[in-house]
Design a protein. Structure first.
Length: 254
């Protein structure tokens, strides 16, 4: 059986690099991060740019993912039954909560955002569809890890980095968090991933009662929390949304 084509492997590595970390990366950083000669990296980037998979900022000369890649990604996401079933419910949740809503699934030891409803105000926001969020610190990740054995195995084996001073990294402490998630039916993130940001999430199950994703409301701590705790109505709304999507997937009432 023929081996992998080196140029395609390198192109895939560049796309993964651009998908994580800083949104724009310079040629030198791409080359050094992947151990490539500048000329090789530039040739691959130029080809990806011609195909629309990469864009170059004319001011800084740095590269970022292109619109064609997003279009291809969305063509996959559009046929994803979870996303299709959740569209109406997540829109309603964003309207009722006044906050951004995320739909995430387990992917490569992280949470892949497959749907994002903007906070319903006039503030400038960045679409997070296709972004990878941490599995161990986000409410989405904890909801998945608490109910999905595969996610639990991955988060147990991985290094849980301290993203903020509040991130829970210890194995025993993290297991206690997951026990709490299972006991109350929802997960939280209080400045464990990003300073000043809080989130509430609940798991979504399919007709086999298998967890297939999670939905979350995310916003500034002062809006998501009240008197030092998560707003009860917000938690109830997130859980209702998760139940509604689960029912549409055939999970029945629970």
């Amino acid at each position: 059986m023929p081996g992998p084509i080196q140029s395609l492997t390198r192109a895939a590595a560049i796309l993964r690099l651009l998908a994580g970390g800083d949104r724009r990366i310079g040629l030198s950083d791409v080359a050094s991060s992947l151990g490539l000669a500048k000329g090789t990296a530039h040739g691959i980037l130029r080809t990806l740019q011609q195909e629309g998979f990469v864009e170059q900022d004319p001011a800084s000369g740095k590269y970022q993912l292109g619109a064609e890649l997003l279009r291809l990604g969305n063509s996959y996401l559009d046929v994803h039954e979870l996303r299709a079933r959740a569209l109406v419910w997540t829109d309603d949740l964003a309207r009722s909560s006044g906050e951004a809503v995320y739909l995430g699934v387990l992917h490569q030891q992280g949470v892949l955002i497959v749907h994002h409803v903007f906070r319903p105000d006039d503030s400038r926001q960045v679409l997070e569809v296709g972004a990878m969020h941490p599995l161990h610190s986000t409410a989405l990740g904890k909801a998945l890890s608490a109910y999905d054995p595969v996610a639990h195995g991955q988060v147990t084996d991985m290094e849980r980095a301290a993203l903020t001073p509040r991130t829970i990294t210890g194995a025993a402490d993290f297991e206690r968090v997951l026990e709490l998630v299972r006991a109350r039916g929802w997960a939280s993130d209080l400045e464990e991933t990003w300073d000043g940001v809080a989130s509430v999430a609940a798991p979504i199950h399919d007709r086999r009662r298998i967890p297939v994703g999670a939905v979350a409301v995310t916003g500034a701590v002062e809006r998501v929390c009240e008197d030092g705790d998560f707003r009860a109505q917000l938690v109830a709304s997130v859980r209702d949304c998760a139940r509604a999507v689960s029912r549409d997937l055939g999970a029945g009432r629970f």
